[in-house]
Design a protein around this ligand. Structure first.
Ligand code: FMN
Length: 419
């Protein structure tokens, strides 16, 4: 059984011989109620990150695969654009292609959703046809308001609705939302019942182990979820007090899996395909959820699928990264353009700010990436950012790039922090 932190040796010559042992394979499918998640990998909800552009970007990540180098930029951007135009995108795009079986929205305030104007709601709950299956995550503490928000989520066409019991942010916990509720199991029971009776779509919960090491409630909570008719669970194996520090304690995922029959999604510190295999082997979880590794390495889902099948996986070249950065920027600009004439509260946020944020993550591991990041931060417009990206990579190809100090970086150094 592969152990955590161990790198499983890859054999590229005869990968089939080295396919994962069955107990370390990320399952090909998990069913969350009536929704088939294929393969059993999930993009974690991440506030400020998993908006519609990023989610679709992850879904399409397979299109950035190496295509023998010719005209990467135009071909890839063109592919993305063509895909968006296909009417029946759902059938045209296989989740297996990107390796990511389920994507989730950023968390959304149930109070806000129930109160906000239709136009603003549209911004929070926007998704495209090619995002199915997609879950919407809610946070809040009032059972009726959460039930009303879940109804809105269902009417909007989401495949699943998820309750956040994990967010450690003070402003969320302060209103008894997120991980704050972990100290009040009876209230969680009320919320489970209210949401369950409000919607027919699959209803899931994402939670932490407990408030702190002295108050671990994950097993009790999982059993309650099962008794109240929820369809699945995702455990981020840390306590609220831990925040994002230390290591996720996967043994609690194993304990929850033992305690219930519901599908259990494991979450916390999966950074590589080897980690995903190790989590399945150690915990028996039914699916693996990935957060921080996705913005640094959008190929991770595809790599997991490859690794599961063959015991090996492709790693991105600089050209691949270039294609990826460009395509992501193009998608941001296209979304900003598409929402330009909508009322202000329905428009996409500042695309240039988003570009800068993502360029930081995307360029880790690219030689000279620090220089590129500095140039991007100076740029003031979307086209100016794209221009810097282009200039940088042309210099790489010409061999005129001077700064090669930004070598491969463990993405832990680029870890994002939820406030
Ligand atoms: C920037 C950021 C934003 C996050 N926002 C949410 C959120 O909206 N809802 C949620 O349930 N978890 C949120 N999380 C937690 C992640 O979903 C995930 O549980 C956590 O990052 C551990 O997984 P990882 O080690 O794969 O990153 C967030 C994490 C980060 C880093």
């Amino acid at each position: 059984m592969p152990r955590r932190g161990f790198t499983v040796k890859k054999n590229w010559d005869n990968p089939v011989e080295h396919a994962m042992p069955a107990d370390a394979r990320v399952p090909a499918e998990v069913r969350i109620g009536r929704v088939a998640v294929r393969p059993a990998t999930v993009l974690a909800p991440m506030a400020g990150v998993t908006d519609t552009v990023f989610r679709r970007f992850i879904r399409h990540a397979s299109l950035f695969a190496r295509d023998q180098g010719s005209g990467i930029r135009d071909q890839r951007v063109e592919k993305i654009e063509k895909r968006s135009e296909i009417e029946d995108v759902e059938s045209a795009i296989s989740n297996v292609e990107s390796g990511c079986g389920l994507i989730m929205t950023e968390f959304t305030s149930a109070d806000g959703l129930a109160r906000m104007r239709e136009t603003k709601r549209r911004r929070y709950l926007t998704f495209y046809d090619d995002e199915h299956p997609i879950g919407a995550q809610l946070f809040g503490s009032n059972p009726e308001t959460l039930a009303e928000a879940a109804r809105i989520v269902e009417e909007t066409g989401f495949d699943t609705v998820d309750l956040n019991l994990g967010c450690p942010a003070k402003r969320v916990v302060g209103c008894n939302g997120g991980s704050g509720l972990l100290r009040d199991l009876p209230k969680i029971g009320e919320i489970f019942r209210a949401i369950r009776s409000a919607v027919t779509i699959p209803f899931t919960v994402k939670f932490r182990m407990g408030w702190n090491d002295a108050q671990i409630v994950c097993i009790e909570l999982a059993k309650m979820a099962e008794a109240e008719g929820l369809d699945g669970l995702a455990l981020h194996a840390r306590t609220r007090e831990q925040g994002y520090s230390g290591q996720a304690q996967w043994r609690w995922i194993a304990a929850v899996k033992q305690a219930v029959k519901l599908p259990v999604v494991g979450n916390g510190d999966v950074r590589t395909p080897e980690d995903a295999a190790a989590m399945v082997a150690e915990t028996g979880c039914d699916a693996v959820m990935i957060g921080r590794a996705a913005p640094a390495n959008p190929w991770i889902f595809r790599q997991i699928a490859q690794y599961t099948a063959t015991g090996g996986y492709e790693k991105p070249t600089n050209e691949d990264r270039y294609g990826m950065i460009r395509a992501y920027f193009e998608m941001l600009l296209a979304e900003a353009e598409a929402t330009r004439d909508l009322p202000r509260d329905a428009r996409m946020g500042d695309p240039v700010g988003k570009m800068k944020q993502f360029a930081t993550w995307f360029t880790h591991g690219v030689p000279g990436g620090a220089k590129l990041r500095a140039a991007i931060y100076q740029a003031r417009t979307g086209p100016a950012v794209l221009c810097e990206v282009e200039r940088f990579f042309v210099a790489q190809v010409d061999g005129t790039a001077t700064d090669a100090t930004d070598g491969a970086m463990d993405f832990r150094e680029a870890a994002l922090v939820c406030d």
